[in-house]
Design a protein around this ligand. Structure first.
Ligand SMILES: [Zn+2]
Length: 115
């Protein structure tokens, strides 16, 4: 059982949070979503920079595909890593079920850029 306010887990049989008095619930909201999210996403492609990432993601959004960018470095280390030219800036992540369609979008994008 979990307290929705404190997000602590308590033993079975306890119905109220000893800390704040909230009624305990079986599962914290969002917990299952996080699990699914890990299981159902896939890496689409690596990107060189934010401009490329933004362009690809805009095309994916136009096609109705949800995506997000997982960056390879934290903002504070960004300048240092920018010096490493071969290093990719990040990876675009999509839902697994959208992966094939998303790949076509990326192919079109690369053709349009002359790759
Ligand atoms: Zn509580």
């Amino acid at each position: 059982m979990f307290c929705p306010a404190c997000r602590y887990e308590y033993e079975e049989g306890i119905i109220e949070c000893p800390d704040c008095g909230e009624k305990l619930i079986e599962k914290l909201p969002g917990e299952e979503d996080e699990y699914d999210y890990e299981a159902e996403t896939a890496e689409l492609c690596e990107v060189e920079d934010e401009i490329e990432a933004g362009a690809i993601r805009a095309m994916l959004t136009d096609t109705g595909i949800y995506s997000f960018l997982r960056t390879n470095f934290l903002p504070s280390t960004r300048m240092a890593l920018f010096a490493l030219k071969q290093r990719k800036m990040g990876t675009i992540i999509v839902n697994k079920e959208d992966l094939e369609k998303a790949k076509e979008v990326v192919e079109d994008f690369k053709k349009s850029r002359g790759f």
